[in-house]
Design a protein around this ligand. Sequence first.
Ligand SMILES: *[C@@H]1O[C@H](CO)[C@@H](O)[C@H](O)[C@H]1NC(C)=O
Ligand SMILES: *[C@@H]1O[C@H](CO)[C@@H](O)[C@H](O)[C@H]1NC(C)=O
Ligand SMILES: *[C@@H]1O[C@H](CO)[C@@H](O)[C@H](O)[C@H]1NC(C)=O
Ligand SMILES: *[C@@H]1O[C@H](CO)[C@@H](O)[C@H](O)[C@H]1NC(C)=O
Ligand SMILES: *[C@@H]1O[C@H](CO)[C@@H](O)[C@H](O)[C@H]1NC(C)=O
Ligand SMILES: *[C@@H]1O[C@H](CO)[C@@H](O)[C@H](O)[C@H]1NC(C)=O
Ligand SMILES: *[C@@H]1O[C@H](CO)[C@@H](O)[C@H](O)[C@H]1NC(C)=O
Length: 457
Amino acid sequence: MRVHVILLFCAYVSGQEPGPPPPLPAANEALVEQYKLALEAVFGVGIRLQAFLEGEERENFLVSPISATVILGQLILGAEGEFRKQLVELLALPKGHLYENENYYEKKKNVTFQLPYSTLHLQLASLVKKLEAANDTKKHFTLKQKSALFIDHSVKLNKTFKMNLQNFYNTKIKMFDFQNKQTEALSWINTWVSNNTRGLITSILPEPPSPTTLSIFANYIYFKADWELPFSHELNRDGLFSVTTTETIPVTYMLNFLEQIPYFESPEFRLISIPYVDQELGMYLILPNNDNPHKYDIKTFAQNLKSRQILDSLNQTRRKDVVVKIPKMSLRYSFSLLNQLKKYRAFKKTNIKINSTNVVDKLDDRVDAFNNFTKVDEKDVFLTGAALGAGLRVDDMIQQVAITVNEKGTEAAAVTAATIDYMGGSKNFVVDRPFIFFIRHEASGATLFWGTVSKPK
Ligand SMILES: *[C@@H]1O[C@H](CO)[C@@H](O)[C@H](O)[C@H]1NC(C)=O
Ligand SMILES: *[C@@H]1O[C@H](CO)[C@@H](O)[C@H](O)[C@H]1NC(C)=O
Ligand SMILES: *[C@@H]1O[C@H](CO)[C@@H](O)[C@H](O)[C@H]1NC(C)=O
Ligand SMILES: *[C@@H]1O[C@H](CO)[C@@H](O)[C@H](O)[C@H]1NC(C)=O
Ligand SMILES: *[C@@H]1O[C@H](CO)[C@@H](O)[C@H](O)[C@H]1NC(C)=O
Ligand SMILES: *[C@@H]1O[C@H](CO)[C@@H](O)[C@H](O)[C@H]1NC(C)=O
Ligand SMILES: *[C@@H]1O[C@H](CO)[C@@H](O)[C@H](O)[C@H]1NC(C)=O
């Protein structure tokens, strides 16, 4: 027989008047200004990645808009002409100085080199560094993202391209004999990823690359953070998660009573944000309301959800006391960006009329149109500025994301929760059916992860 030990610690009963609620997490305007272009790109990509949901058969979906933006930024370094223009539009960047190669002077090496769209690269590289470095000072969250370019030994890289990749995106460049030694390449690449993520990600390539491979752009990101108020494993309960009206799966639920967290409800969905330590980051959860026709079809629900609605709801959150019940999860997801990029190229070649004038609505319109679009540009993707001679053919662009949601830090922590299924005056937020989540860096508003979960594991 199981014995649940429930510790009671309820600060509320003290009869003290609660003070005014703390302010909501807000963007730091100076920071937003400093990284404006990079943040717009991440935002634009984030919205478009929603469109990637279509055609994905898998139950869960997980992407990192920020590291997808890094891959696309890398492509810009080697792209020229029409393709560069398409990438810039995909990133929702202003066109301004786009078609010029700007001169960039690097002090350390005392060299000047050509850099397309330099502001983006400078900002994006420094934003990513800033997020990764947060780990060093506080040790409360780890964000590690790394990119690599694996190329066939027959390719002669353009020096400028290579230097830019290494300077801005800290990209590992490794040559392989893809034609004769695919299994060796597979094993090296997977070991490298596994070494770098302490085994969290064990394989980024599911199978040996084809013998005709010229290049693979790979990127992985993993993230680990402590909740501001840890969950206690003593309150965990086994329970059922409804995947559909008829299918349930067993999960372990974590319970917590969170005081004064951002909360929002509308006729369609409810949203909360569970803060990580120092409220530097928040995990936002969106749960369709019980009467929503798509409450089990979270992909359709997500597709219908306009980014404008999400932004507006973030603006309208209020601090509330919330009893939270969420499943423990460990999600891992890997996908190829290349097909989507090819679809986008074909899409760009057709004339799509966008009626909205506002930036966000315009993006939403484009995403709608993109969703309705099925054709894929069958032509290979070439980076003509990346290699000497024929240019570099991009054979794959892979992203792998790993994320764990657990009690973390809990074991030694005081339990600040009560019998919890009911707490007077608080909202209940029970995540026992499919949901959307995203993790946001509050000061910059950058979305680090975005996912829909139908079957937490
Ligand atoms: C940088 O290099 C140039 C020659 O390429 C040289 O004239 C100059 O003195 C160097 N500057 C520094 C600070 O080393
Ligand atoms: C982040 O901090 C953890 C814990 O202190 C450390 O083990 C890890 O190596 C750090 N990661 C990075 C990317 O600096
Ligand atoms: C992985 O780590 C092992 C042990 O430290 C090392 O011998 C090996 O060279 C590494 N492999 C790669 C591909 O990084
Ligand atoms: C949210 O609020 C801020 C500040 O009040 C405003 O600048 C911004 O436009 C709002 N965003 C949306 C999507 O309404
Ligand atoms: C834009 O307006 C035109 C004419 O008013 C209409 O035919 C078209 O469907 C609209 N496009 C979108 C994306 O709403
Ligand atoms: C996309 O298709 C949906 C449903 O078929 C339709 O309502 C919508 O207007 C279409 N959007 C565009 C931009 O064509
Ligand atoms: C390398 O690429 C840069 C930027 O695309 C270009 O300006 C330069 O001419 C290329 N160098 C060679 C040797 O092809």
